[in-house]
Ligand binder design. Structure first.
Ligand SMILES: Nc1ncnc2c1ncn2[C@@H]1O[C@H](COP(=O)(O)OP(=O)(O)OP(=O)(O)O)[C@@H](O)[C@H]1O
Length: 326
């Protein structure tokens, strides 16, 4: 089911946490809400879940206005960063909990819990207790528990936030596969642009209580709507009003009409990538990201004079992208 947020605002005292936020999460999609700490991501998720009420605006799920409904009548599954498992219950009992309180028949509970444990790859752990699970396994159990009651939408707030980078990476790939399998509309809150870019169909970038842009991962990266978005979804260098991604900085060995004179300050190998720190004649500093092959071709060394083509830079003073002319 789709989620539609229309013109939602929310203040805490005099602090405006959300200002006129609108967002559509299409049915079956995996959409990420991406933004820095404090931008209002969790507040938006909590409003959709019904844990908070908006001051203005409306929220609908599957075409039904749920703005005035309590959480339990919205049929949402929720998973947070620090999942509160029932410690005295086994994994099986934790996953079965929601079905038991809904008084579902025993056979149905047994079948469903079995299926869910398969889905989250915890079948072999059904009779363990939460204290015997790793962080990644606990979060998978949390997902199984959220899915048990067949939510119409799944809301995930930094579900892998507390885990180390390697486990996070594994769970990301796993979540994407799970989503493709069960096709439940999913909204994922994260401050990690790599996480959002890797698994989401669409990303809503938030900044200071507003949504700055909603687009596909490629769309955000290639056509950022604002300087904030450009800086948040990838690396950028600034040269005066111009913003450019380091891999778009072209280094030339001979002068050309559009190129600026610069000095190589340092060449650093970062595995296959190479970082070349540059000082432009006018005093601006920037860096170029090259491949090792490109570096070998250019034979760059510190102190060398080169020419920098910034024609792929952008400026956000005016709405359209402005290529630099000489
Ligand atoms: N119940 C509350 N009372 C007062 N202020 C709140 C409350 N909930 C959130 N805020 C404030 O609203 C702002 C947005 O909070 P929110 O938790 O939505 O941010 P976030 O983007 O999820 O950040 P993080 O990634 O750090 O969790 C913050 O400045 C926060 O302090």
């Amino acid at each position: 089911m789709s989620i539609v947020v229309e013109g939602v605002s929310k203040s805490f005292g005099s602090f405006r946490a959300l200002q006129d936020v609108s967002l559509t999460v299409p049915e079956g999609s995996l959409t990420a809400i991406l933004g820095p700490s404090g931008c209002g991501k969790s507040t938006l998720l909590r409003l959709i879940a019904g844990l908070e009420r908006p001051d203005a605006g409306a929220i609908s799920i599957g075409g039904r206005d749920v703005t005035a409904l309590p959480p339990q009548r919205r049929h949402v599954g929720l998973v947070f960063q620090h999942y509160a498992a029932f410690k005295h219950m086994t994994v099986w009992e934790n996953v079965a909990f929601g079905l038991r309180i809904r008084k579902r028949p025993k056979e149905e509970i047994a079948r469903k819990v079995g299926e869910l444990l398969d889905l989250v790859q915890l079948s072999g752990w059904a009779h363990r207790y939460p204290s015997q699970l790793s962080g990644g396994q606990l979060q998978r159990m949390a997902l199984a528990r959220a899915l048990a009651v067949e939510p119409k939408v799944l809301l995930l707030d930094e579900p892998f936030g507390a885990l180390d980078a390697k486990v996070r990476g594994e769970l990301r790939a796993w979540l994407r596969r799970l989503h493709d399998e069960i096709e439940v509309t999913t909204l994922l809150v994260t401050h990690d642009q790599e996480e959002a870019m890797e698994i989401a169909d669409a990303i809503a970038v938030m900044h200071q209580g507003r949504i700055e842009q909603v687009d596909t991962p490629d769309g955000l990266y290639d056509y950022p709507a604002s300087e904030f978005v450009m800086g948040f979804v990838g690396q950028t260098c600034r040269v005066g009003d111009l913003l450019i991604r380091p891999h778009d900085v072209r280094i030339l060995l001979a002068p050309s009409r559009a190129a600026r004179r610069a000095t190589v300050r340092r060449v650093a190998r970062l595995g296959y990538d190479v970082r070349v720190d540059l000082l432009l004649e006018d005093g601006h500093e920037l860096w170029a990201q090259l491949s090792r092959d490109e570096l070998l071709e250019l034979e760059l060394a510190a102190g060398q004079e080169v020419f920098i083509d910034l024609s792929r830079a952008r400026t956000f003073d005016r709405p359209e992208a402005l290529p630099l002319s000489a």
